[in-house]
Design a binder for this molecule. Structure first.
Ligand code: AMP
Ligand code: ZN
Length: 113
């Protein structure tokens, strides 16, 4: 997926403030933060959106969730945070590589915009 922005960040072709990486996941700071902590947790493998994972991705995705847990512990989010995966046009997804926004250190409102 040469043209995918987040694949290019994974490959080191586009700079990003990477805070964590392992074989399955990369985490970097959102370039346009919406909260004092705003991280993007992405699978290394290119999966376009939340509805696209295959059965074989199950173990890998559970490891991505373990990374979310680790980020919450390491970024002072013990009092709670919001994890968001925008999916498709109506969901407001602008980058078509699955990512989980981790937003924290402020109180969130509901419903979202
Ligand atoms: P979404 O709209 O849910 O697809 O989220 C895409 C997110 O990627 C937005 O919050 C953007 O601010 C963020 N973003 C776009 N380009 C970059 C980049 N080069 N580095 C870090 N975050 C980015
Ligand atoms: Zn990608």
């Amino acid at each position: 997926m040469e043209q995918c922005l987040f694949c290019r960040i994974v490959a080191g072709e586009i700079p990003a403030e990477i805070v964590y990486r392992d074989a399955n996941a990369v985490v970097f700071k959102d370039i346009n933060p919406q909260a004092p902590v705003h991280l993007l947790v992405i699978p290394v493998r290119h999966i376009a959106r939340l509805t696209d994972p295959e059965a074989a991705d199950g173990k890998m995705l559970s490891q991505v969730f373990t990374v979310i847990q680790k980020m919450a512990a390491e970024h002072g989010l013990e009092e709670g945070f919001r994890a968001v995966a925008n999916c498709g046009e109506n969901g407001g997804q602008t980058v078509h590589h699955l990512h989980f926004h981790i937003l924290g250190r402020r109180c969130m409102s509901w419903p979202p915009g």
